[in-house]
Design a protein around this ligand. Structure first.
Ligand SMILES: Cc1ncc(COP(=O)(O)O)c(C=O)c1O
Length: 399
């Protein structure tokens, strides 16, 4: 039943285009159990378990002490936009300038604004499955239609050019690729990315490339769509965030890189909604981007060690089939061998079962458009990972 029917309050049609996440029930229950002092092994979180690097936090404190606490330009300070441009220019030989960068309250905000700026009623946007939860709802909220491209678990869910091309129509306006991927950890092959970029350019549509987890790639190399920006600035858009790379989720600072005309439209939207991201967070972000990546490397090493332990440990549990994802801090094992056993019918009932029987919280694949898996985050300590896995093992033996 809709909220409108319950209360009689009339809402705008657009709010009915989006839904609350289907996983909310399980996640809320995990939170309630934790609040009532039940020790839940929580594999749910999509955020680093590390503190923000000290020197970055100090820069935020300094900003407060120095009275750097007023509004800034709605798209962010020149210092921050230039620091982002310079970091990309150093790494990718791009020629980005201030006007190619906008900063906002999280990468999520820039993705949301991109949909509002680029997608019209009825436009189709191709999204590979499994997808990050917000993509389809952001497209739908803008009036567009999410069109899902299937990926192959045998290929670790890496999106391939053929998967994307197979679902294109003449209404296709954009493709969203997220690599490394949330929830699977999949990293797109550079050759597929190259073909997707060229194909987008040939059709004159947008490639929106979300590289929020860019620095957490354990096997092979991260391919960034920014490498094609010099040649195709009207088609290639990159979204990134301070959240995961620098363990700054709560600071709410993300950004988009695009043609200056696109950035100016995003700025227009932002100027009438949130205005600038927190001034204090901007000062901290400048410090993070201009500093060295020692802390990032430390987090990388820890994730890498956990992943090396976790994947074989899950595969030793009968019924689990876990690919070795190349990046991010998630694994997405297949659990469909358990369907039809005990109360388990799908990913949501499997997650409920783990919560009830093992006090382990995972996110059902249904949230990401893929029923046959669950997302397990290893952004939690090695000790908790070991404990959680042994509890899962004991619980599924009862099925
Ligand atoms: C794939 C992906 N994109 C974007 C975001 C948004 O991050 P933020 O809004 O914290 O910058 C997230 C956060 O979980 C994510 O996983």
């Amino acid at each position: 039943m809709s909220t409108a029917a319950r209360s009689g309050i009339r809402f705008a049609d657009r709010i009915h285009a989006i839904q609350e996440s289907p996983t909310l029930a399980v996640m809320n229950r995990a939170a309630a159990l934790t609040a009532s002092a039940v020790a839940v092994a929580d594999f749910g979180p999509g955020e680093p378990d590390f503190a923000t690097p000290r020197h970055v936090g100090e820069a935020g404190k300094r900003a407060i002490d120095q009275g750097f606490t007023k509004y800034t330009n709605a798209s962010g300070t020149k210092a921050l936009r230039d620091a982002i441009a310079a970091r990309y220019n150093r790494r990718y030989d791009t020629r980005l300038a201030t006007e190619n960068v906008i900063t906002g309250s999280g990468g999520k905000q820039e993705l949301f604004n991109l949909m509002l700026a680029l997608i019209q009623e009825g436009d189709e946007v191709i999204i590979p499955v499994p997808y990050w939860v917000s993509f389809p709802d952001q497209v739908a909220f803008a009036g567009g239609k999410p069109v899902f491209a299937q990926t192959d678990p045998e290929n670790q869910y890496r999106p391939r050019f053929e998967d994307i091309a197979a679902v294109a129509t003449d209404r296709t306006r954009a493709v969203i690729i997220n690599s490394p991927n949330n929830p699977t950890g999949a990293v797109i092959a550079e050759s597929d990315l190259a073909r997707i970029v060229e194909w987008c350019v040939a059709r004159d549509i947008f490639l929106i490339y979300d590289e929020t987890y860019e620095l957490f790639v354990y096997e092979g190399r991260h391919a960034s769509a920014i490498a094609w920006f010099n040649q195709h600035p009207e088609n290639v858009i990159v979204v990134n965030s301070m959240s995961k790379t620098f363990a700054m989720t709560g600071w709410r600072l993300g950004y988009a890189i695009a043609h200056k005309d696109i950035i100016s439209m995003l700025g227009k939207i932002q100027s009438h909604s949130t205005s600038n991201p927190s001034t204090i967070s901007q000062a901290a972000a400048v410090e993070a981007l201009n500093g060295d990546d020692t802390e990032v490397q430390r987090m990388f090493n820890a994730y890498s060690e956990r992943r090396a332990w976790l994947v074989p440990a899950l595969n030793r549990i009968a019924g689990f089939c876990c690919a070795d994802p190349d990046g991010a801090f998630y694994v997405f094992p297949d659990i469909n061998a358990f369907f039809g056993r005990g109360p388990v019918r799908d990913s949501t009932t499997f997650a409920s079962f783990l919560l009830d029987e093992a006090r382990v919280a995972v996110v059902p694949g249904a949230a990401f458009g893929q029923e046959q898996g669950v997302r397990i985050s290893y952004a939690t300590s090695m000790e908790r990972i070991r404990e959680g896995v042994s509890r899962i093992e004991a619980a599924v033996r009862k099925l």
